[in-house]
Design a protein around this ligand. Structure first.
Ligand code: SF4
Ligand code: F3S
Length: 106
């Protein structure tokens, strides 16, 4: 399955939503997650993300592995997003900043 990682937080470009054939993405205030129960492993979303935040589970960097649980958990409570929206207003400033999990809003 595919997993959204830290670099999406405070950016949320939403380009990923446009290509997903299975409506896997669920939206929170400043982060998107992939529902592991609906992802069909097509990999189309990976190259769409300007923040390069999406990984196949097996390819996750060690310091991002906790996002597997977080995607599964939040996909249960956040609604599906099916249309691309605007990135968050400060996306450009926050891309690649690291240490962004502390800013996750639920
Ligand atoms: Fe959707 Fe495919 Fe990405 Fe899974 S891998 S979230 S099915 S675009
Ligand atoms: Fe997030 Fe990248 Fe999608 S920043 S909203 S995973 S395009």
């Amino acid at each position: 399955t595919f997993v959204v990682t830290e670099n999406c937080i405070r950016c949320k470009y939403t380009d990923c939503v446009d290509v997903c054939p299975a409506d896997c993405f669920h939206e929170g205030p400043n982060f998107l997650v992939i529902n592991p129960e609906t992802c069909i492993d097509c990999s189309l979303c990976v190259q769409e993300c300007p923040a390069e935040a999406i990984y196949e589970e097996a390819d996750l960097p060690d310091d991002q592995r906790h996002f597997i649980e977080l995607n599964a958990e939040l996909a249960q409570v956040w609604p599906v997003i099916s249309e691309v929206g605007s990135p968050l207003p400060e996306a450009e400033q926050w891309i690649d900043q690291g240490e962004k999990l502390q800013y996750l809003e639920r």
